[in-house]
Each structure stands twice: as structure tokens, then as C-alpha cells.
Design a binder for this molecule. Structure first.
Ligand code: ADP
Length: 445
């Protein structure tokens, strides 16, 4: 993209700082000049007065030749000029650069005159008539301390401002470069390239900005990875039952299929359809919970009663495995979303049944300690291997799939989301081959 003048930080930076530098130099020059000029002017006034007195004394004692006077009394700092007449003074180009016409007129008319040049830098002068001639005593303008001083100050300030401008331009480039790198990197991110990382060594604000930018791209990369992983998991979860339904539907199209096989295949299709329905309803529940889409319907209900009802609801599953329940449920009133919390117990108790051995035992306790409600669901089933413990709350994580084909790996993520929404906590302990215990803590609002 074409850069326009002041849209570049670099140009702004250089213009502002170089501008400030030049304004300060000019102001400094004027301040120093005014402070010193008066002192120098007073010094010269004194010097030309002494010289005027000296010349007058000298000329009363000696006859004088103008040429001689000029060479005798002019020195490096004071200049003495002698003019035959006003016409000669008027015709002198140099004098015209210092005196105004009125001043020249006055020089002619007054016997003695003290003043400042009307033109140039306002230096003092004395003029008087001597032997019919006009004598002008003034500071040596070419070589006087005031001019020299001003030149020195000007040179120093010009060098500082010039050198300063170059250094500001270099420094600005160094400061702006990381910003340009960041802008280029941000454009890459906008295009969807999250692999970009900025190398930075500085610890200043720009260094911190670059570090945060790197953290952001890393985070975006993770989110992108999770999104892709989620889509591929969802597709995979849907594909398996659909393929199986398709296969068995083709088989039952065969008119000569024995009745037992027909029944068996139809049962498989029904169960796979159930799995699909379950999967999509779990996905919807999770999406609703993540987006906080459904409003909470808070009511006061008994947690102990709710757990008992869930056990009854799951009777088919536990009675088929001859599982025993050991219940210690205190009467606990809780105010919250009844339907959501029921889902927690359904998922946790279903898992306990699913991962229990035949004839296993499930212990459930519910009690209240102060304001905290503690529910513990423990089984003596297959347990969870240490290497899998970190992952059981991940979406679609199903542990060892060779042991169970049931489930979609969404049960525990749903439980976690509901408990977080209620402001509670969930944790677990498990030993492979010995069983698992899930702890739920809720706080009555
Ligand atoms: P699933 O639908 O597979 O049960 P969950 O999210 O409920 O999905 O559980 C994720 C995984 O955590 C399970 O596949 C299993 O490996 C492990 N798990 C959960 N509960 C238990 C339990 N009580 N005993 C053993 N493993 C469990």
C-alpha cells in the first residue's frame, strides 16, 4: 500500500521532534543574544567614550592628519573614521549601511553626537567635529566581539540542530521498525496465518507488545487446532453410525433374509439411530451451555430425591449388570436449575454403571457441610489409567474404546460445564482396576 505523508508514524515522529529541536535552537539563540547584547553594547559605549576623549586631548596637543588619526586610533575592536564633509560621509557606502539619512543630517548639524546605529545591529557610536572634519568612532563591525559571539552561538546551535535532526531520524527508524514488523505480522494473522512469531529482544513497551502478540497468535493457533479437531471428531462420530445404518439397511433389502437376521439388523439400525439422536442432543446441550443460550430456571428442590429418581430411571442398565447401590443421602434442599442438575447425576451414575464390572457396587453419598453440598459417586469398576486422567473432561475423549463402544465422550464435558455454571466444582480420584470416585461440590446461592 502506498504511504501518504503524515499517515506514517516515522514521518510524524521525525517532523515533530526535528521541529521541536529547531524551535528550541532558534529560541535559545535569541535568548542568549538578548542576554549578552546589552552587556557588550555597554562595554563598547564605554570604550568609544574613552577613545573620543583621548582623541580630543590628543588633537588639542598635536596638529592632526586624518589619515594618521585613523591608523593611530583604530584597533581590532574600535574603528575611527574621519570625513572631510557631510557629502563625503553621505557618499560612503559603508556608513550608509549603519546610519539613516536623518542620522547623517544630525551628524552634520550637531557638534557632538552619541547614539546607536539606526541600521544593522544597533551598536553605539560617537561623532564630533574636529578641525572642520567629522570624526566617527564606532565598534569594529567586521571583527567585533558581539558579531563574533553571535556567529559562534549560531554555529554551535546550527551544528547541534543539524546533527540532532540526523540522530532523531536514525532513532525514529529504530523505534518505528518494530511497529512496522508488528503491522506486517498483524496483516498475516488477518489472512489466517497463525504460525507467525515476532522475534524480540527488547524488554520495553514495544517488546511487551510483541510478546503479547506472540501469545495471541499461539492462542489463536490452539483455538484453530481445537476447532479443526472438534469438526473432525463430530464428523467421525456421525460417520460411524451412519455407515453402519447404511450397511444394515442394504442387507435387509434382501427379501430372502431369514427373520432372525432381519430382526437382528433392524435392532442394530434402531440402536445406531438412538446413538445418533443421543449424539446430536448432547452436542446441542453442550453448545447451549457454552453459549449460555438457555436461561436458568431456578427452583428449590431436594438433591437426595433427585438422585434416587435418577437411579430408578437407570434401573434397566444397572439391573442388567446386577449392580448394587449403597446410598447415604441426607435431606438436602438446593436452589438451582433442576433439569440441568439432573443431567449431572444421569451422566455420572451412567458412567459408574457403564464402567463397573458385573455384580459391582456403587456408593453414593450426599451431605451438607455448612453452605457446601458434597455429593460423592464411587464405583469399584475398571478405573482410569494415570495417563488418561488429564483428558477425561475433553470433548469426545472416550478413554479405552476397546472396553466400551457406548458413549460419545461428551458426558463429562457436559457435567463440567453444568457444574461450572452452578458455581460448583468437580474432581475425581481413580485407580486403574480398582474403581473411580467423583466428587461434586455445590454452594447454595
Ligand atoms: P462417555 O460417553 O465415553 O462415557 P464421558 O465424557 O462421560 O464419555 O467420559 C469420558 C471417559 O472418561 C470415558 O470414556 C472413560 O474412559 C472415562 N470415565 C468416565 N467415568 C468413568 C468411570 N466412572 N470409571 C472409569 N472411567 C470413566
Amino acid at each position: 500500500m502506498k504511504k501518504r505523508g503524515f499517515t506514517s508514524v516515522y514521518i510524524k515522529f521525525v517532523v515533530v521532534f526535528v521541529g521541536i529541536l529547531w524551535i528550541c535552537s532558534t529560541a535559545a539563540f535569541h535568548l542568549i543574544s538578548t542576554a549578552i547584547t546589552d552587556d557588550i553594547r555597554n562595554y563598547f559605549t564605554e570604550q568609544i567614550q574613552i577613545k573620543a576623549q583621548y582623541i580630543t586631548d590628543f588633537c588639542t596637543k598635536h596638529s592632526f592628519d586624518p589619515e594618521e588619526l585613523q591608523s593611530l586610533f583604530s584597533d581590532g575592536s574600535i574603528e575611527v573614521s574621519v570625513f572631510e564633509s557631510i557629502q563625503e560621509l553621505r557618499a560612503n557606502k559603508r556608513m550608509n549601511t549603519f546610519f539613516s539619512q536623518e542620522q547623517i543630517q544630525q551628524l552634520n548639524s550637531s557638534e557632538k553626537m552619541e547614539g546607536k546605529f539606526a541600521r544593522q545591529i544597533g551598536l553605539p557610536f560617537i561623532s564630533f567635529h574636529l578641525g572642520g572634519k567629522i570624526v566617527v568612532i564606532m565598534p569594529n563591525v567586521q571583527n567585533n566581539a558581539l558579531v563574533l559571539f553571535k556567529n559562534v552561538i549560531m554555529t554551535v546551535l546550527l551544528t547541534c540542530a543539524g546533527l540532532g535532526s540526523v540522530l532523531i531520524a536514525i532513532a525514529a527508524r529504530m523505534i518505528v521498525k518494530p511497529i512496522q514488523t508488528l503491522t506486517a505480522a498483524a496483516k498475516e494473522v488477518a489472512k489466517g496465518n497463525f504460525d507467525i512469531q515476532i522475534r524480540t529482544r527488547s524488554r520495553d513497551e514495544i517488546g511487551q507488545l510483541s510478546d503479547n502478540f506472540n501469545m495471541m497468535t499461539q492462542e489463536l493457533k490452539n483455538i484453530e487446532y481445537l476447532r479443526k479437531d472438534f469438526i473432525s471428531s463430530v464428523s467421525h462420530e456421525f460417520k460411524t453410525p451412519i455407515t453402519s445404518i447404511q450397511g444394515f439397511a442394504r442387507l435387509i433389502k434382501n427379501k430372502k433374509l431369514p427373520l432372525e437376521q432381519f430382526d437382528e439388523y433392524t435392532d442394530i439400525i434402531i440402536s445406531e439411530t438412538g446413538r445418533l439422536a443421543n449424539l446430536s442432543s448432547n452436542l446441542l446441550k453442550l453448545a447451549d451451555l457454552e453459549n449460555q443460550a438457555t436461561p436458568e430456571h431456578n427452583v428449590t428442590f431436594s438433591i437426595d430425591e433427585q438422585i434416587r429418581n435418577v437411579i430408578l430411571l437407570l434401573e434397566d442398565k444397572w439391573s442388567a449388570k446386577r449392580i448394587d447401590f449403597d446410598l447415604d443421602l441426607h435431606v438436602i434442599k438446593y436452589c438451582g436449575d433442576e433439569e440441568l442438575l439432573q443431567q449431572v447425576w444421569i451422566n455420572l451414575i451412567s458412567n459408574a454403571i457403564k464402567f463397573s464390572h458385573e455384580g459391582g457396587e456403587i456408593r453414593i453419598t450426599a451431605k451438607k457441610e455448612g453452605n457446601v453440598i458434597k455429593v460423592v459417586i464411587a464405583d469399584n469398576g475398571i478405573g482410569i489409567a494415570d495417563e488418561n486422567k488429564d483428558r477425561i473432561f475433553e470433548k469426545f475423549y472416550k478413554g479405552d474404546t476397546s472396553r466400551t463402544k457406548e458413549g460419545s465422550g461428551l458426558g463429562l464435558p457436559i457435567v463440567k460445564k453444568i457444574i461450572e455454571r452452578c458455581g460448583g466444582r468437580i474432581s475425581f480420584e481413580s485407580t486403574l482396576g480398582k474403581g473411580s470416585t467423583f466428587y461434586v461440590e455445590l454452594v447454595n446461592k
